[in-house]
Design a protein around this ligand. Structure first.
Ligand code: HEC
Length: 103
């Protein structure tokens, strides 16, 4: 029976790896919580959840339009924000802040 046990273990391991990979893959399982009812990206939720993992959330007003481009470029990867979402997040931050021109 020893051979069968090993085979079962191998299959269980494989299934576990597959399931884990699906859960961790960006754009799969974790995506849905950031999609609004109308199918658009909910930037507010995305920002609030992803950008507050390591420090308190910065306010859109804290930075100018140009600065937000740099911040999202720098911290987007660390926050696991999908590259396709970054331009939308930048736009949202720029719209939400009250300082269109730099400074
Ligand atoms: C994995 C941890 C982590 C995540 C997630 C994260 N940050 Fe940060 N953030 C840091 C650390 C660490 C610092 C301290 C300064 C540094 O390391 O550059 C920082 C500092 C900052 C600062 C102040 C310093 C500066 O560059 O002006 C801003 C603004 C900032 N983060 C924005 C964001 C935004 C926006 C997101 C989401 C896209 C985000 N952070 C997600 C780790 C993180």
């Amino acid at each position: 029976m020893r051979h069968l046990d090993l085979e079962l273990l191998r299959v269980a391991l494989l299934v576990g790896l597959l399931a884990g990979g699906l859960l961790l893959a960006p754009g799969c399982e974790t995506t849905s919580q950031f999609i609004a009812a109308d199918g658009s990206l909910d930037c507010q939720v995305l920002y609030a959840r992803r950008c507050s993992q390591c420090h308190a959330l910065y306010q859109p007003d804290d930075f100018s339009d140009e600065e937000w481009v740099q911040k999202v470029k720098r911290y987007g990867p660390r926050a696991g924000i999908h590259p396709e979402w970054r331009p939308q997040l930048i736009e949202w931050l720029q719209r939400a802040n009250d300082r269109p021109a730099g400074g």
